[in-house]
Write a protein that binds this ligand. Structure first.
Ligand SMILES: [Zn+2]
Length: 132
């Protein structure tokens, strides 16, 4: 076997191994939020539904202890790439607390200190659980 053929075969094998990972990386999951706190909250989200294609949305309002809801904007369900991080900021509407982090995000001229969301997989969706 000549050298060129060997490297072409190596490349094909590497590509074959890489291709399924790329397909998996492009998976999208709907985003749900469950407010398990008794307080009503406002929430903003920063998500990516394409490669480095980030959007901010909000605010969304949740009543205290409301059931899990899908996040939608203009009737479109928001989704998240499985290989990108998801961020949010939330605050109690009565001003008694926030769910924040250290990542400053400019949302319509306001700087919100967002945090990376921890979520669980529920029925194929990423579910953020808020507790207080
Ligand atoms: Zn978006």
């Amino acid at each position: 076997m000549n050298r060129l053929l060997v490297s072409a075969a190596s490349f094909a094998m590497a590509f074959a191994a890489f291709a399924p990972a790329v397909a998996q990386a492009q998976e999208l999951r709907p985003i749900m939020v469950q407010n398990n706190c008794y307080k009503s909250i406002r929430l903003w989200i920063r998500h990516a539904d394409g490669w480095r294609n980030w959007h901010n949305h909000g605010h969304f309002v949740f009543a205290g202890n409301e059931r899990a809801l899908y996040l939608t904007d203009n009737g479109v369900r928001l989704s998240q790439r499985t290989d990108h991080s998801l961020y949010f900021y939330a605050e109690a509407i009565n001003g008694t607390g926030t769910w924040h982090g250290t990542i400053p995000v400019n949302v319509n001229g306001y700087i919100l200190q967002m945090r990376e969301a921890n979520y669980s997989l529920q029925y194929g969706a990423y579910q953020i659980l808020l507790t207080c």
